[in-house]
Each structure stands twice: as C-alpha cells, then as structure tokens.
Write a protein that binds this ligand. Structure first.
Ligand code: SF4
Length: 240
C-alpha cells in the first residue's frame, strides 16, 4: 500500500506555492485560458490573454465574435482554428443556457463545447474553490510512475486518485504534481536521484535499484539502450 500521506507531505513541503499558473480574474477568463492552454505553455497563454481579456469581456463577446477575428486574436497559442470554434460555441452555450455565467458544477461544465473533465476540474478548483483532480499529461505520468494508478485512461486515473487523496487536497495535489512534472519528474529525463519522492516511487526505485544508483538518463545514453518506462507494480510486485 502506497504511503500517500508521506507523498502528500513531501509535495506540500517541496511546492508550498503550487497553484494554477494561468492568469485570470474571473471564471470566464479561466475557462478561456484553460481552453487556450491545450498544447501551449501557460506563459504563452498569459501573453495572449493580456489583450484578449480586454477585448472580450463577456460570454456574449465570444459568442458574437467573427470567427476569423477570434482566430487571429488567439493564433499564437496554436491550434487556433479549433480553439476559436470552441470558444465561440462555448460563449453561445453560456449565453443560451447559463445566462452568460460559467456554471459551478462538473456535470454542467462538461456539457459545454470543448470542455472536458480536465478543464472542468481546473475551473472548479481555481475559480470556485471546489476540489477537483486535474489529470493532465504531468499528473497522468507521475501518478503512474509513483504507482498510484495502474490505468492510462485519464478518467480512470482521476477516479483512482480521488480514492487515494483526501478530497480537500485534490486541487492542490494536482498543481503540486504539475509543478513536479515541469521541474523534476520530466517526461523524458526524470531527475530521480534528486527527487524527494524517490523513496516512495516505483519507477525511481526500480530504475535506480536495478543499476545501483547514479543518473539513469546518463547511463541510458552511455549504454545506448532504450529503456521502456516501467509500468506501475500490481500488489505483490507483479507487472500488469
Ligand atoms: S523518483 Fe523519478 S520517476 Fe519518481 S517521481 Fe521522482 S523524478 Fe519522477
């Protein structure tokens, strides 16, 4: 059984300021920023939204915007055609069904065009102070490496983490893992030897244990072998 309390304690001490990195002043701005953050850095999104939020101040502004103009306004965030379509449809839905306001429940949020559980949980946690586990690429990868889930599907991972982590910690835990994924548990080259979670991590233990320590990435490069990421262990130590 994973010592989740120890993992949470280490994360809290390591990332005392972990929070959503997107700039926003109201739920609509957060919704828009989160849609724009797909396949884009938060820094780039924050640059774009500085002027975007001055121009588009309500759901009706997005609903009534000419699509090609909205596309140009968000172009630097990439995938701008799909994102513009989502924002315009979302604005229309908010006006038609929610009197222009961003709804406060996950069930309502996921009915909006382009809004999945990940985006909905970001909005719930950061804008409404309602706990939500955000399963993005960092959370998904680290949860698997730590052995907190044996699933790959984001929704299943979300439910696994919801069972393990106390509800009041859901939002903060998500941001801590996201920060950890950006700084230490990087996708290609996780810095296991300097990771405070190493004593609790299946992947790190397996990687370092098998080779007697040192930098696994450097060893891999030296040997020229391509190591596959370890799958989380099942109870009893067997592989899935
Ligand atoms: S020990 Fe390595 S794989 Fe495990 S959480 Fe830390 S950096 Fe990631």
């Amino acid at each position: 059984m994973k010592d989740i309390a120890a993992v949470l304690d280490i994360l809290e001490k390591t990332y005392p300021n972990a929070k959503c990195s997107l700039d926003f002043t109201n739920p609509l701005e957060l919704l828009v920023a989160t849609v724009l953050s797909a396949q884009c850095t938060d820094e780039r999104v924050n640059q774009v939204t500085k002027s975007l939020f001055n121009k588009y101040r309500s759901a009706r502004d997005y609903a009534s915007a000419p699509l090609n103009e909205l596309e140009e306004d968000i172009r630097p965030t990439g995938f701008f055609r799909n994102k513009a379509k989502s924002l315009k449809s979302c604005g229309t839905s908010l006006v038609d069904r929610f009197r222009g306001q961003v709804p406060r429940t996950l069930d309502e949020l996921v009915t909006l065009p382009g809004i999945g559980r990940k985006t909905a949980n970001v909005i719930l946690g950061a804008a409404f102070d309602t706990p939500g586990i955000v399963v993005d690429t960092h959370v998904s990868r680290i949860a698997q490496r730590l052995g907190l889930t044996r699933n790959q599907d984001p929704v299943k991972i979300e439910f696994d983490l919801m069972e393990l982590v106390p509800r009041p910690r859901w939002t903060r835990f998500s941001h801590e893992l996201i920060w950890h994924g950006r700084q230490i548990c990087i996708a290609r080259n996780p810095k296991c030897p300097q990771c405070p979670l190493l004593p609790h991590c299946d992947y790190g233990q397996e990687t370092l244990g098998a080779t007697g320590g040192g930098d696994p990435v450097a060893r891999k490069a030296k040997s020229g072998t391509k190591r596959q990421p370890a799958r989380p262990r099942q109870k009893g130590g067997s592989r899935r």
